[in-house]
Design a protein around this ligand. Structure first.
Ligand code: LMR
Length: 428
């Protein structure tokens, strides 16, 4: 005991005298703040009365307040008053009635993959966790020609961080055409054709983040043709089902079409936006297999990965979503809430377009505001114009000119349109 005490004393003395340096973390470089969440912090710290936050993709009502969906309030009440509610561990792969209902929601109850039991569904820490687990699973088990994922240029910033973390390199494929502020469809298709066979392509299922530009159904079919010809694997990221058009089935069309055509794929799913459950981190990873047997093996491996990373997923949000998806009246109420959110965003698009093109006669064509879809709009302005809007007008948006339409409302839309107009004219 005395010897041990002397040892500890000597160790402390060495730390205090500076002879032990390894734990000072002197060599750790300072990382830049997150491109999206730094805007939320700056917005909150800003005391300017007319400040506007168009940075993070989080829904706000017309009074700029976070909106707790009425159906979520109802489901929470049911849940907390349930005498059988406990706080036990969930199974490693999540709440089974949640994951199966989540699969039916994205694939459709009559999907051959669902009816033939070929989908492995695992609960994840929202869409980010699904992307991570999907990337980790592929990095371990996909028969790569070099570990590389192709993401759209541009894409959600976090995609660029998630894949390298598990040893997968990231390359980009053309997606956005700055001339038309629309889809660079031919270059996109050419990139699919020229990539090595069996490449992995990350594709946004709907409401592309950050551009709001989606392929048409005809274009989706052509994309599926090339995926099949080249034997590519599709890594679908679905974070906005319902948000794009207000219709859950409509927004799942591309995923369902690809499954129908047997394109090999997985889907990352999030309920952050469409259920307004940002903080609960409710998501799922769905891997579609050619047979029920392979789906069972896939599940066993995903279970090992999930166990070592999170052990068991959080219960509360999954219970809420499960209740909503599995109770017909709540499901109908949820669809109504989704229509409310999507409808308000569509109204904001119309009003912004009217203000810019009719009232302010802002130089340029603003039709893309109407043609784009979902939470985000790529305005087409350049980084210095974005910066001027942030710094001079106290309107927070990402440098690439992306705005979260959900941050606009009837009180601030004119101020934003006028500031954008001035920035475009170089008068801000
Ligand atoms: C966004 O793109 O703003 C959202 O998806 C939030 C996030 O996690 O980046």
């Amino acid at each position: 005991m005395a010897a041990r005490l002397t040892q500890v004393k000597n160790h402390l003395q060495s730390i205090m005298s500076g002879t032990i340096t390894a734990e000072k973390w002197d060599e750790v470089p300072l990382a830049p703040p997150d491109a999206i969440f730094k805007l939320t912090a700056a917005y909150k710290a800003d005391t300017y009365p007319q400040k506007v936050n168009l940075g993070v993709g989080a829904y706000r009502d017309d009074d700029n307040k976070p909106w707790v969906l009425p159906v979520v309030k109802k489901a929470t009440e049911i849940l907390v008053n349930d005498p059988a509610l406990d706080h036990e561990y969930l199974p490693i792969t999540g709440l089974p009635e949640y994951t199966s209902a989540a699969a039916r929601l994205i694939f459709g109850a009559d999907s051959p993959a669902v009816t033939e039991d070929r989908i492995t569904s695992v609960q994840t820490i929202s869409g980010t966790g699904a992307n991570h687990l999907g990337a980790l699973f592929l990095s371990r088990f996909y028969h790569w020609n070099g570990k590389r994922v192709y993401v759209s240029d541009p894409t959600w910033v976090n995609h660029h961080q998630i894949f390298p973390l598990v040893g997968v390199e990231v390359s980009t494929y053309p997606y956005y055409d700055p001339k038309t502020i629309g889809l660079a469809f031919e270059p996109y298709l050419d990139a699919l054709k020229s990539a090595p066979p069996r490449s992995v392509f990350l594709i946004h299922a709907c409401a592309h983040n950050p551009t709001g530009v989606d392929p048409t159904r005809e274009q989706w079919s052509k994309i599926a043709d090339v995926m099949l010809e080249k034997g590519h694997f599709v890594f679908f990221d679905s974070a906005y089902q319902g948000f794009a058009s207000g219709d859950l089935d409509n927004d799942a069309w591309a995923v369902r079409e690809f499954v129908r055509r047997d394109v090999p794929l997985l889907v990352c799913q999030s309920f952050a936006k469409n259920a307004g459950l940002y903080g609960e981190r409710v998501g799922a990873l769905h891997v579609v297999s050619p047979s029920k047997e392979s789906a069972t093996r896939v599940k066993s491996q995903l279970s090992v990965l999930a166990r070592s990373e999170i052990s068991n997923p959080p219960a509360h949000g999954a219970r809420l979503v499960s209740l909503i998806l599995n109770t017909p009246e709540l499901f109908e109420a949820w669809k109504e809430d989704i229509r409310t959110m999507a409808g308000r965003i569509i109204e904001m698009r119309k009003e912004l377009h009217r203000l810019l093109s009719e009232e302010l006669k802002t130089p340029g064509n603003w039709d893309h505001i109407l043609n784009q879809i979902g939470m985000f709009s790529f305005t087409g302005i350049n980084p210095s114009q974005s910066q001027a809007i942030v710094e001079k007008a106290h309107i927070y948006l990402t440098q690439n000119g992306r705005i979260s339409m959900a941050g606009l409302n009837s009180h601030n839309i004119r101020y934003f349109a006028e500031s954008l107009d001035k920035a475009v004219r170089g008068m801000l």
